[in-house]
Design a protein around this ligand. Structure first.
Ligand code: SF4
Length: 432
């Protein structure tokens, strides 16, 4: 009889990709995915610890499964990912109904651990090997039908002072190009039209070629659309800009986190660039790829952020005119240098600044989207919208969400849509 796996994934695209790999490994020992936790034989929670709110959600989920385990003692409950790496045995101390905890360096051991727990119940905790070798020959069970992720590197060496990632995902390790090519070829053969090459800082890829060379080589494999994330401004080279400009499938979109507009804050964040340097980089990118879409991450309320620092972020955002921005309130993460910095910003001030920043960025996003009204954009069809099956959704090459009335299009088709209406976060139109 097939065993059922309920998989819960929190956090970034890297975690989504890791979950797909673990689902692939567990498939080899007989587990198939289910949406229904009540029928699960194994529940796996893949966690994030980048912000305190993400951790709170995970603790809430772990608590929920206590009652289910009482009803079904054979259920195996595992916690993996970044929070598992950070908390280790503390998770079992706090929630003894958790059977196993595997850190980020041990996710490829998930099938072996589950097998051993099927035979003999005990607690397993392994957070070793955080910067270990990346296992080859893993066949992910991919979730989407149109777009998918291919990790090219793991870990981060940058140690931004607010960030927990280097502590829970270890040092940078790059996959070998031939492994990446094999995985991309398989994804194309499975019918995926869009691939995103993933890493905490893809620009510092070091698998025997530069990231720009890797991007061009993957582009040549014939994928319809090719994306990448995330990029650190300090490593975004002229060679990469040229590879985007010259690429066939490489989409005209870069997610380029700036985090702040004040040089003093950037220095204390250890971002190793100035606002001016970032602006020059944007000019260079826009000169080479005029229709590029730029998105970013921004943090408000970093320790010591003054009104003037915050005003510098607003000025910066107005100067760059990002297509969209993910805006965050600084979250104090124990184990990071910034958690010990003096002058932590009051919560009410952080929230007020976030609202102001979002208002400024939303106005810019709306203006950028409004400029597309009346124009035709190429859309990769994703399928019916969640609320209305007569409305389909898809994305432009610039990664903008588009809604359009459904005719005969199917998921994976490329269609041209004339934009009739622009909103802050999406475009609406008709197939033309
Ligand atoms: S570049 Fe900085 S923010 Fe991004 S993962 Fe690395 S340490 Fe964290």
């Amino acid at each position: 009889m097939k065993k059922k796996l309920k998989l819960l994934t929190y956090g970034c695209q890297m975690n989504v990709a890791d979950s797909e790999r673990m689902a692939g490994l567990l498939g080899q020992i007989g587990y198939t995915l289910t949406d229904d936790a009540d029928e699960a034989d194994l529940v796996l929670i893949n966690t994030c610890c980048v912000r305190a709110t993400a951790e709170d959600k995970v603790f809430g989920q772990i608590g929920r499964f206590k009652a289910l385990k009482r009803l079904k003692p054979s259920l195996i409950l595992g916690v993996v990912g970044c929070m598992a790496q950070k908390e280790g045995a503390n998770l079992i101390k706090r929630a003894p109904h958790v059977d196993f905890v595997l850190g980020t360096g041990q996710s490829s051991e998930v099938a072996r651990v589950v097998r051993s727990l099927e035979l003999e119940r005990r607690h397993v905790v392994d957070t070793s090997n955080v910067s270990g070798e990346i296992p080859a020959e893993v066949f992910p069970l991919r979730g989407g039908r149109v777009s998918t992720f291919v990790p090219i590197m793991y870990g981060c060496d940058n140690f931004c002072t607010y960030c927990i990632v280097p502590h829970v995902r270890g040092r940078e390790r790059s996959r070998k190009p031939e492994e990446i090519f094999a995985e991309v070829r398989r994804a194309i053969a499975e019918g995926f039209k869009e691939i995103t090459l993933l890493g905490q800082n893809v620009n510092s890829y070091a698998g025997g070629m530069t990231f720009a060379e890797l991007l061009s080589a993957v582009d040549n494999l014939g994928v319809e659309r090719l994306r990448f994330m995330t990029s650190h401004p300090k490593d975004l080279s002229d060679e990469l800009i040229a590879a985007i400009a010259d690429g066939r499938g490489v989409c005209e979109h870069i997610h380029l986190p700036v985090q702040h507009g004040s040089d003093d804050i950037l220095r204390r964040m250890n971002r190793v660039y100035t606002a001016e340097k970032y602006l020059r980089l944007v000019e260079k990118i826009r000169a080479a790829v005029p229709n590029i879409s730029l998105t970013t991450d921004l943090i408000v309320g970093f320790p010591g952020e003054t009104d003037d620092d915050f005003a510098a972020t607003l000025d910066f955002v107005r100067a760059v005119k990002f297509d969209a921005a993910f805006t965050f309130i600084y979250s104090r993460r124990s184990g990071t240098p910034a958690a010990t910095f003096p002058n932590q910003v009051d919560d009410a001030v952080k929230h007020r600044r976030l609202e102001i920043l979002m208002d400024v960025q939303n106005e810019i996003s709306l203006a950028k989207n409004s400029a597309l009204v009346g124009k035709a954009v190429e859309v990769l069809v994703e399928g019916a919208s969640k609320t209305d099956e007569k409305i389909f959704t898809g994305r432009t090459r610039s990664n903008k969400l588009v809604l359009f009335a459904h005719g005969t299009e199917r998921a994976g088709d490329l269609v041209n849509v004339r934009v009739e209406q622009a909103q802050t976060f999406l475009l609406k139109g008709d197939v033309c």
